[in-house]
Design a protein around this ligand. Structure first.
Ligand code: GSH
Length: 222
């Protein structure tokens, strides 16, 4: 057994980056186990025993196995955070955080998948304009959330900000956020990017994903 929680992950994956951000904010060290999805490591019998849905991230905290990034962030905050700010215990505030987590889960991240995965998995030569426009259509939801408050759930940063920024940094690479149209969102992106652990946990991985995507598009067009 590992004394640290084990995280199966890939640096370029947005949901994995959300967990890295949450762990850094909480101040907990993870036993990082990189996964090569292109090599099919998520489809081995051993990994499918951990997560039959064959997605990463997966957390294994001494036998407690969690297979969704949002739930992992919630678990780490509940179990290891020194205070309630990241994932409040108070019911109404907690529901608010969960609602924003579901926004990432149901709106932000799926739109990225629709743009990126056909290029990697099906050899598509480009990302259709309507897919890019569809990503942009999810921006106003966050813009309204951020009206009059610095973070998506209010005055404090929560795990919802960490999950959303992991998706939004890649969204911004695919469909750049217009500062004039989405001033609150743009300012929040800058606020989140200034976190001391941001580059290591999210910035670098987002760049890796963009580079890999550009390379794959080039290869698909040869
Ligand atoms: N809702 C899941 C989504 C995780 C997810 O889709 N991860 C991708 C990598 S970014 C993956 O593992 N894809 C491999 C597959 O679907 O087989 C979460 O947030 O953890």
């Amino acid at each position: 057994m590992s004394p640290k929680p084990i995280l199966y992950y890939a640096a370029r994956s947005p949901p994995c980056r959300a967990v890295l951000l949450a762990a850094a904010e909480i101040g907990i060290e993870l036993d990082l186990r990189p996964m090569n999805l292109a090599g099919g490591e998520h489809k081995t019998p051993e990994f499918l025993k951990l997560n039959p849905q064959h997605t990463i991230p997966v957390l294994d905290d001494n036998g407690v196995v969690i297979t969704d990034s949002h739930v992992i962030c919630a678990y780490l905050a509940d179990k290891y955070s020194k205070n309630d700010n990241l994932f409040p215990k108070e019911l109404v505030a907690r529901n608010n955080v969960m609602t924003r987590l579901y926004y990432d889960c149901g709106h932000l991240f799926p739109r990225l998948r629709m743009a990126v995965e056909p290029v990697f998995y099906f050899g598509k030569k480009g990302i259709p304009l309507e897919t890019i426009e569809y990503i942009t259509k999810a921006y106003d939801g966050l813009e309204f959330c951020l009206t009059g408050q610095p973070f998506v759930c209010g005055q404090h940063m929560t795990i919802a900000d960490l999950c959303c920024i992991a998706s939004m940094s890649t969204a911004h690479d695919l469909a750049p956020i217009d500062k004039k149209t989405f001033p609150n969102l743009f300012a929040w992106m800058e606020r989140m990017s200034a976190l001391p652990y941001y580059e290591k946990c999210n910035g670098e991985g987002a760049r890796l994903l963009k580079e890999a995507l550009d390379q794959r598009l080039e290869a698909n067009n040869k």
